[in-house]
Write a protein that binds this ligand. Structure first.
Ligand code: PLP
Length: 449
């Protein structure tokens, strides 16, 4: 329960609180919705409205809200050792046990982890680690990192620079040097003049062209999410990843798979890389690592990079006060243990993922929906003005935001990325709750039309 009235909280919020990714003037006019409690896959606001949270917070509350085991793990650790660091030669049991568990769950060739406080810090770590690696290999000119347009990799300077969102690059730059962006494998918006597979190959070719422009001996790494999340739940054509993987091997370029959203069961495997048969050199993780209960992230490091760092690197001058924070690590450890014990990944792969795919596809019958796609428990709806031509509404109409607001008012949290509606529900969602989600989404689309 909130101590202050909803009205008072809204007024104080507007007066003092600068929210992330928010137009402050617009917020001042409209006021925030104050979320006060949550259980399972539902959240509730200060006025008592209950909503099905089809975004799992921000793609993170994978085990759902209200898990007492996670509260107990945090409480016990806070009592025993609330904080200590992992600098120099100290550590503590939660960091060690979490490192071991993560490496056991990760692809076989990943046996080390560097902890961070968030996904953005994980990607900052990636930038430093890949360039350091190549310098240690005697190739300091291998500096360039190729990322993708419309990608999101975080809000720190390096995270923003890896990201390919023009609006972010327009504020607070300049970006970190030697990072470049290539086209994204977003067939619905950019590739419909060819088959999905031809388009996937063309997007892979664009990476190769950029490598050759930069000089193959100048490129350190390629970074991408297995399925692009914040950009609009963009599921690449089947041809994309095999072609990219082959080409990176050809030019000896590291692969960084950003698993901040795709990791921990979202695509029906422990890591999204496994779904596509990737063998990344580095995997930044966060979000679902602790189901969002406490902030923690990390970079899983493959044997090739780890061996060089360890054998030849000397001291790695990098780390955060909260790298491997014991209370966050204890909660993350418990989260992974619960996921294993409850078969959450299998639940997504064998039960609710296929069921969502079937129910979600039905939404393509709706006059506003040009495409309904999903993989595991991530999905998107493309809202269009003209289905036959696949033509979008005029941007200034803000149809996606309208649909999002209608969803909010009618009990569903769905995200809009332009006119693309996105979902990423808690992984513990049931088939009956998927029916409820699809019913609410249909009603919201009807009202938007
Ligand atoms: N990478 C990806 C793919 C993300 O989606 C995000 C956040 O949404 C980040 C990195 C940044 O993570 P954080 O917000 O924990 O810094």
């Amino acid at each position: 329960m909130a101590r202050l009235s909803s009205e008072r909280l809204k007024a104080l919020d507007t007066a003092h609180h600068l929210h992330p990714f928010t137009d402050y003037k617009a917020l001042g006019e409209e006021g925030s919705r104050i979320i006060t409690e949550a259980d399972g896959i539902y959240i509730q606001d200060a006025e008592g409205n209950r909503m099905l949270d089809a975004m799992a917070g921000l793609w993170c509350v994978n085990l759902g809200y209200g898990r007492q085991e996670l509260v107990d793990a945090a409480t016990a650790q806070l009592q025993q050792l609330p904080y200590y660091n992992n600098f120099f030669k100290t550590t503590h049991p939660p960091a060690v046990e979490l490192a071991e568990t993560l490496c056991r769950l990760a692809p076989k060739h990943m046996n080390r982890v560097f902890f961070t406080g968030s996904g953005s810090e994980a990607n900052d770590t990636v930038v430093r680690m890949v360039r350091h690696y190549w310098a240690l290999k005697g190739k300091p000119e291998k500096q360039w990192i190729i990322a993708r347009e419309n990608a999101y990799h975080g809000s720190t300077l390096a995270g923003m620079s890896l990201g390919g969102m023009a609006a972010m690059h327009g504020q607070g730059g300049p970006a970190v040097p030697a990072i470049t962006h290539v086209r994204q494998p977003y067939w619905f918006t950019e590739g419909r003049d060819m088959s999905p597979d031809a388009f996937g190959q063309a997007c892979a070719d664009a990476i190769e062209e950029r490598i050759l422009e930069l000089g193959e001996d100048k490129v350190a790494a390629f970074i991408a999410e297995p399925v692009q999340g914040a950009g609009g739940a963009i599921i690449p054509p089947q041809s994309y990843w095999p072609a990219v993987k082959k080409m990176l091997a050809k030019y000896d370029i590291l692969l960084v798979a950003d698993e901040v959203i795709c990791g921990f069961g979202r695509l029906g495997e422990w890591f999204g890389s496994e779904h596509y048969g990737l063998e990344p050199d580095l995997m930044p993780v966060a979000k679902g690592l602790s189901s969002g209960y406490l902030p923690i992230g990390g970079v899983l490091v493959g044997d090739r990079v780890a061996q060089t760092l360890i054998e030849d690197g000397g001291e790695f001058f990098h780390g955060f006060t909260y790298s491997g924070h014991p209370t966050c690590a204890a909660v993350a450890l418990k989260n992974l243990q619960l996921m294993e014990a409850e078969g959450v990944v299998e639940h997504v792969r064998d039960e609710v993922g296929p069921y969502l795919a079937q129910r979600w596809k039905e939404l393509e019958q709706h006059p506003l929906v040009g495409e309904a796609r999903s993989l595991g428990l991530i999905g998107a709806l493309e809202i269009v003005a003209d289905k036959a031509a696949g033509k979008r509404f005029d941007k200034t109409l803000g149809v996606g935001n309208l649909c999002r607001d209608i969803c909010f008012d009618t009990g569903l949290v769905m995200r809009s990325v332009g006119d693309t509606m996105v979902i990423s529900p808690p992984l513990v969602i049931t088939k009956a709750q998927i029916d409820e989600l699809v019913g609410l989404a249909t009603a919201a689309l009807d009202e938007t039309a």
